[in-house]
Structure formats: structure tokens, C-alpha cells
Design a protein around this ligand. Structure first.
Ligand code: NAP
Ligand code: GLV
Ligand code: GLV
Length: 334
């Protein structure tokens, strides 16, 4: 008998087709998130689980899933999963790095460009007929934004996506500063990037882009003090996790001009609504679409499948997060 996997949302077919060769597959077809109560029922007899970042995988859930051996997260970030609890129980956790790096870096750069050049505001101005009504074809002082080429970018979290941002910034002739948990000397040389402390990065950058995972250490990493350190002409971009920024402090900073603008793909709660933030002209917003390209999403589906299949064959999954788990239980369903 094939092991049972429950997939908590429709993922691209290429992944499902691969998984079906090794697993009995059940997919939650509703577009909306699976209600917690239903998920807690579903996990009772599953051997494997495919999760999204919207599902909280905590002690309570793991407690109800005695047969669960592998959780294959359909995302690179896994802050929704209690890794320590999973490891203790010998449950393998995998994620989807690399396949979404370029797509997410593209979106971060798109937010940087759109915020600096006021693209969304400008689009609304044309589309609403305001341009025509005003009757001014071109004006030397109309819709002025911030220079990008040759400016300084500060990258916080210099991992896969952070370094992909640096490669893009290089093409824009930018000076590259970064701050990260560990120094990356090789990448530094390749990308001509300078390792600085957080305070220096915030003080000297014209653009600050966040690429750290959400952890206890990075929760509200950017708050009042940090926003105060930034240039009044600087733009903050967040495609990491909403909780890395203290939103209340950010709104104050944007309203009072401590910084010039923000491009946000992620929010403290998702889906998000905040009239105070949304009434501001100097923000560009997106509904967590960093990895939302056809290619990246198919790549993620394939990688989820590869992880599940390797595990079913008794092999160590290619992108295992909790590597210590191998000492607790061997991969496979025996
Ligand atoms: P990664 O390769 O693991 O890079 C994260 C970097 O942050 C690493 O270099 C890490 O340092 C550093 N870091 C960790 N904790 C830190 C701390 N406390 N202070 C300073 N630096 C710290 O991950 P990635 O693939 O680039 O992804 C980064 C994050 O982006 C994900 O965790 C996810 O939350 C987010 N993401 C969002 C979207 C979206 O749709 N918006 C899409 C993909 C990813 P070390 O090198 O020392 O480990
Ligand atoms: C998306 O946010 C991810 O972590 O993959
Ligand atoms: C603008 O359209 C210019 O030609 O400078």
C-alpha cells in the first residue's frame, strides 16, 4: 500500500503527477485556507503532509498525527513550522530553496523601482483621467522620484535571495552594503559587496531590502530606532516576512517623513488590511507574490515531489531543513 499524503492546497499539476507515483494523494481543493479544525482531523492518519506558510504546524497538530513522518513545505521560509517539535518526533521537514530565488529577487527589485519612481501612483494618475483633466502634458517638476542608478543599496540577510538582489543591483551601478548573521567573503568578492554592521547599513543606504528569515532574532528587526537611523530619502523594501518590521513604527516613519517610501510584499498578518497604511502615496503594496511566477511555482512543486519521493525510497530528501533528524529516525516509511 502506498503511503498517504495530504496536500493542503492545489499546487501545480507537475508536482502532483510525480507524487502520485509513490503516494496516495489527497488535495484540499478549496482556494481558501483549510480550516484549522479540518486540518487537525485530516492529519490523524496521514504519513506525509504538504504545507503552505499559512498552516501553523505546532505541537498540537503534531500530537494528532502519530503516523506523520515528513512535512514537505511548499515555500522556502518555514517559520510556520515548529522545527524543534518535529525533530523531536523524528519528523523530516523539507522546504523549496533556490527554485524561487530569482523570481523573488525580481519582485523585490520591481518593488524597489516602482516605489522609487512612483509607478503605481503614476499609473493611477493616467488611468483615472486625472492627467487629461489637469491638461499638463509634461512638466519639469511632475512626478519626481528618487534616483536608483549609482545609489547605495543595503541588503539585510545575504543568503540566496539577498545575493540575487546584489547581482541585480550591480547592473544598476549600485554600491552594495550588506549585513548578515555570518560574513560571506566569497560572495563579497564576486559581487563587490561590503560587510557592515546594521547601524552603518541603515545610515548609509538609499535603499534597504530585507532578506532574512523570520526567527526570534529577526522579529521586529526594523523598528522605531532603525527607521530613525535611515536617510529621509531612503526606501525600504520587504519581501522577507511582515513581522521583520514593526508596522506601527513603519507607518509613523512614512507619515512623518523619517524615510521616503516602502515597497511591501509581506505583512504582519495575511491577508492584510490597514486603512492608515493604504492611504499613503509613498507605499507600493503586493499580496505576498514574491515567488508567483509560472516557472518558480512549478519548480517548487517539482522540488516538493522530489523530497517526498526521496523519503519514500528511504533516501535523505534533497532539501532537508532539520538535518539532525537523521540521527533520530532513518528516512522511509518502515
Ligand atoms: P537564506 O538563503 O537562508 O538567506 C537568509 C539569510 O539571512 C542567511 O544569509 C542568514 O544567515 C541570514 N540571517 C538569518 N538570521 C539572521 C539574523 N538574525 N540576522 C542577520 N542575518 C540573518 O534564505 P533565502 O532563500 O534567501 O530566503 C530568505 C527569506 O525570504 C525566507 O526565509 C522567506 O521568509 C522569504 N521569502 C519570501 C518570499 C515572498 O514571496 N515574498 C519568497 C521567498 C522567500 P546565515 O547565512 O548565517 O544562515
Ligand atoms: C514564500 O514566502 C516562501 O518563503 O517561499
Ligand atoms: C523626455 O521625454 C525627454 O525627451 O527628455
Amino acid at each position: 500500500m502506498k503511503p498517504k499524503v495530504f496536500i493542503t492546497r492545489q499546487i501545480p499539476d507537475n508536482g502532483i503527477r510525480l507524487i502520485q507515483k509513490y503516494y496516495e494523494v489527497e488535495v484540499w481543493k478549496d482556494k481558501k485556507e483549510i480550516p484549522r479544525k479540518v486540518l487537525l482531523e485530516k492529519v490523524k492518519d496521514v504519513d506525509a503532509l504538504v504545507t503552505l506558510l499559512s498552516e501553523k504546524v505546532d505541537e498540537e497538530l503534531l500530537e494528532r498525527a502519530p503516523k506523520l513522518r515528513i512535512i514537505a513545505q511548499y515555500a522556502v521560509g518555514y517559520d510556520n513550522i515548529d522545527i524543534e517539535e518535529a525533530t523531536k518526533r523524528g519528523i523530516y521537514v523539507t522546504n523549496t530553496p533556490d527554485v524561487l530565488t530569482e523570481a523573488t529577487a525580481d519582485l523585490a527589485f520591481a518593488l524597489l523601482l516602482a516605489t522609487a519612481r512612483r509607478l503605481v501612483e503614476a499609473d493611477a494618475f493616467v488611468r483615472s483621467g486625472e492627467w487629461k483633466r489637469k491638461g499638463i502634458a509634461w512638466h519639469p517638476l511632475m512626478f519626481l522620484g528618487h534616483d536608483i542608478y549609482g545609489k547605495t543599496i543595503g541588503i539585510i540577510g545575504f543568503g540566496r535571495i539577498g545575493q540575487a538582489i546584489a547581482r541585480r543591483a550591480k547592473g544598476f551601478g549600485m554600491k552594495i552594503l550588506y549585513y548578515s548573521r555570518t560574513r560571506k567573503e566569497e560572495a563579497e568578492k564576486e559581487l563587490d559587496a561590503k560587510f557592515v554592521d546594521l547601524e552603518t547599513l541603515l545610515k548609509e543606504s538609499d535603499f534597504v531590502s530585507l532578506h532574512v528569515p523570520l526567527t526570534k532574532e529577526t522579529y521586529h528587526l526594523i523598528g522605531k530606532r532603525e527607521l530613525r537611523l535611515m536617510k529621509s530619502t531612503a526606501i525600504l523594501v520587504n519581501t522577507a516576512r511582515g513581522k521583520v518590521i514593526d508596522t506601527k513604527a513603519l507607518i509613523k516613519a512614512l507619515k512623518e517623513g523619517w524615510i521616503a517610501g516602502a515597497g511591501l510584499d509581506v505583512f504582519e498578518e495575511e491577508p492584510y488590511y490597514n486603512e492608515e497604511l493604504f492611504s499613503l502615496d509613498n507605499v507600493v503594496l503586493a499580496p505576498h507574490i514574491g515567488s508567483a511566477t509560472y516557472g518558480a511555482r512549478e519548480g517548487m512543486a517539482e522540488l516538493v515531489a522530489k523530497n517526498l519521493i526521496a523519503f519514500a525510497k528511504g533516501e535523505i530528501p534533497p532539501t532537508l531543513v532539520n538535518k539532525e533528524v537523521v540521527k533520530i529516525r532513518k528516512p522511509g516509511f518502515e
